[in-house]
Design a protein around this ligand. Sequence first.
Ligand code: BJW
Ligand code: ZN
Length: 245
Amino acid sequence: MRDEQRYEEAREALAGAQSVVVFTGAGISAESGVPTYRGAGGLWRNYQAEDLATLEAFRRSPDLVWEWYAERRRTMAACHPNRAHLALAKLEERLGNGFLLITQNIDDLHRRAGSRRIVELHGNVFRTVCSQCSYALEGLEEKPPEDTTCPRCGGRLRPGVVWFGEALDGTLLDQAFSASARCEALICVGSSLLVQPAASIPEVALRAGADVIEVNAEPTWLTQEARWSFQEPAGEVLPAIVGAV
Ligand code: BJW
Ligand code: ZN
């Protein structure tokens, strides 16, 4: 199919949809300068994930893990939303309650681009939470807390992200899966779709008969299943298909 025709079809499908779910991963922030996890230039190439992104690692070496998150907070705070994030904020303006953005990203760039209906499945790097009680600190502070003792219960404060082997927030997960089962269209952007349970979200939309559009630099299991797949940078494709050029 001619390239322009694919763009036109995806654009029309989105223009006609009353309910759209967008599911994003690290690739949407790559053009903002945030490293992805896997693939060329991915974080996991330089670090052993299991050494840092697990509860066991944090229990073993909390200072090292906090240091790693402090560095990543600094990097992410210095990045800016790109054309893909901005296009999604525009789409939300048009659809209102018919829109839901489900992100695996912890970088806060969707919120900074103006998106509001966001489900952050893997947490947020700028949030600090207590490992033992519900105490939480939010904000765009670049620096992690100097004292990592919980002021409420004396437990240890940790980054507010979801590590391997940890359960995702059940309420957020239900919200994400039920919106995906009900939407007319789902756009999946910048995810290798390797990490469960989040990676099953596009499958739920496919099974429910939604028009599924994938925007990802490399092929994934979804590439052959989606109605339209674009293997081009998100910052080029999204403004073109959501009509926010
Ligand atoms: C572009 C682009 C551009 C580049 N434009 N595209 C076997 C089977 C099934 C599951 C498991 C299993 N073994 C273990 C598990 C469980 C595990 C899992 O799925 N592991 C797999 C790796 C095998 N999952 C878990 O542990 C989850 N919890 C769980 O299962 O709990 C069970 C439980 C239940 C009840 C009680 C207790 C437990 C938790 C998963 C948490 C994930 N956390 C992380 C780290 C967050 C914090 C941090 O950053 O430090 O989340 S891992 C990391 O991967 C991060 C991401 O959100 C996540 C997904 O990555 P993403 O977004 O897809 O990024 P990439 O880099 O993989 O892909 C980017 C893509 O973009 C690439 O394809 C590029 O081509 C593309 N791209 N530039 C468009 N410009
Ligand atoms: Zn506490």
